[in-house]
Design a protein around this ligand. Structure first.
Ligand SMILES: Cc1cc2nc3c(=O)[nH]c(=O)nc-3n(C[C@H](O)[C@H](O)[C@H](O)COP(=O)(O)OP(=O)(O)OC[C@H]3O[C@@H](n4cnc5c(N)ncnc54)[C@H](O)[C@@H]3O)c2cc1C
Length: 479
């Protein structure tokens, strides 16, 4: 008997689930159902100014090993590249200021160097140093927000000037509400192992300097190389990928199986389809996942639907270098949340990546949109580009008009993890397992939104599915 698995959503999570299942069990009938006309979800690369430029993620953390491991399994490990520059700027108090060296997620490792940089006041440095002497936190301290933790240990100034802008740049949120356990588990580990955020950051930095390990990786063909290769490998292994097909509902069907109702368009006509399957793995954003799971696990589904998302817009611009009054000698800059700009960050893509270097134009990836700030989302493309050009003129001396522009809107794309998030996720998995065996849910809204975190969760979920009695009993015994 062939076991059927339906994977709902063809982003990095869904594709990794399908690939992992087929890698372990080529005999499974795996069907990825994706609403969009393309797979990849929030991973998207396109031709721009003669280069392959990412419209979303352009790098992934090296520290979480599952990202590199997947590249290895896909034969992409030799293609991995690291950013050409490591330094970055912060736009705060009306000027671009170099991010001081020696920071680990904004936590200083060298207070003397930080004092010399002039970014933090002498009082701020004295306050931060208290972290080294105030002793460890009480064991068993419940999960709290990054803001609460960093303000308590290092003071408001380090949070407001360094940690807050850095983390807000990553998830377009407000780190005053971001769960430490879900967003910055290394802070919790630093306190547990070293009794101080600074001591923990120093240990982490020493370890990475000693091994010379890179912090980030990218792919010269763009991040979509990863999702495209996954899709190719799924198809080559006999899996199916149905794009342009939305899953509208999941219901129980005949014994232990599930019925999946789909909707697609054929020659302009809406077609409703039905699919029977033994296992369903849902990898959609939480506001979809919650709706699909409501008949099975109403408590978990309600909480999933309530998870808040921030929206972002990525505007890529090609601007003649001579029209920019800046040497572009870093990977780009973040904008401090206290600045009255629509621009939240600008990646100098043609400086950051050797494969995007261009003699004539600078390729800039300008981001806008933060949690509770939808100004950018509400503007039309033309207005938004004009507003961002004004902000780029103010921050980095852009004088000219772009030769090429690409606007990508990522509405409700970045999940916001509140304190206690991981405990809720555990409860959701438990409720689902009890009430609907063979039905799983995972993805960026669960245990981390970065690509390696999505890959890690996808693998773990695929392994749980492979461990279902139905799959174990159908496995061909080794010869
Ligand atoms: C602007 C931006 C920049 C980022 N930069 C980075 C970065 O540099 N590094 C990094 O590591 N991460 C980055 N991220 C985060 C990362 O890209 C995402 O968290 C990750 O790609 C999410 O993958 P996913 O598969 O879990 O979800 P998604 O990519 O959202 O995939 C879910 C899929 O489900 C589909 N779907 C939805 N509803 C249905 C339905 N009813 N039926 C069928 N299919 C459905 C969607 O179309 C989508 O394709 C960035 C994110 C954004 C938005």
């Amino acid at each position: 008997m062939t076991v059927r698995v339906a994977v709902v959503g063809g982003g990095i999570t869904g594709l990794t689930v399908a690939f992992t299942l087929l890698e372990a069990r080529p005999d499974l009938e795996v069907n990825v159902i994706e609403a969009d006309q393309r797979v990849g979800g929030k991973v998207r690369t396109g031709r721009f100014a003669g280069h392959q430029v990412d419209a979303g993620a352009d790098a992934f953390l090296a520290r979480v090993p599952e990202g590199i491991d997947l590249c290895r399994r896909l034969g992409l490990a030799d293609e991995l590249v690291t950013p050409a520059v490591r330094s970055a700027y912060l736009y705060s108090r009306g000027a671009l200021r170099p991010f001081p060296g020696g920071l680990v997620l904004g936590v200083p490792t060298d207070l003397d160097a930080l004092a010399r940089s002039g970014v933090i006041s002498p009082e701020g440095i004295t306050r931060a140093a208290l972290d080294l002497t105030m002793g460890p936190d009480q064991p068993g301290t419940p999960d709290e927000s990054v803001g609460a933790l960093v303000r308590r240990r290092l003071g408001d100034e380090i949070y407001d000037v360094l940690v807050g802008p850095l983390l807000s740049g990553v998830n377009a949120g407000n780190a005053d509400h971001l769960s430490v356990a879900a967003g910055t588990p290394q802070f919790a580990a630093a306190l547990e192992q070293h009794g101080s955020l600074i001591a923990g950051a120093r240990a982490q930095r020493q370890a990475s300097v000693a091994t010379g390990a890179p912090v980030f990786f990218g792919l010269p063909g763009g991040t979509q190389t990863l999702t495209d290769t996954l899709a190719e490998r799924i198809l080559a292994a006999g899996g199916r990928i149905q794009t342009g097909t939305t899953v509208d509902a999941i219901a129980t069907a005949g014994g232990t199986g599930y019925g999946v109702t789909t909707r697609s368009r054929s020659s302009g006509v809406e077609v409703v389809g039905a699919l029977e399957t033994d296992v369903v793995i849902v990898t959609t954003p939480m506001f979809v996942t919650g709706r699909l799971l409501a008949p099975f696990a109403p408590g978990a589904a309600r909480e999933m639907s309530e998870l808040e998302y921030a929206s972002a817009v990525m505007v890529v611009l090609a601007i003649a270098r001579e029209e920019i009054d800046h040497p572009l000698d870093a990977s780009g800059f973040l904008v401090s949340g206290s600045e009255p700009l629509v621009l939240t960050a600008c990646s100098w893509a043609s400086s950051k990546w050797a494969h995007l270097a261009d003699d004539r134009v600078a390729i800039l990836r300008a981001s806008a949109g933060r949690h509770h700030d939808r100004r950018a989302l509400e503007m039309g493309d033309e207005e938004l580009v004009e507003v961002l050009l004004d902000d780029l003129a103010t921050t980095m001396g852009v004088r000219g008009r772009p030769e090429e522009v690409r606007v990508t809107r990522w509405d409700r794309s970045l999940p916001q993890f509140r304190p206690g998030h991981l405990e809720r996720v555990q409860r959701w998995h438990q409720e689902l397992q009890e009430k609907a065996p063979g039905l799983f849910a995972t993805g960026a809204g669960f245990e981390g939104l970065g690509l390696p975190a999505c890959i890690r969760q996808a693998r773990a979920t695929a392994e749980q599915a492979l461990d279902l009695p139905l799959l174990r009993s159908s496995a061909t015994p080794p010869a």
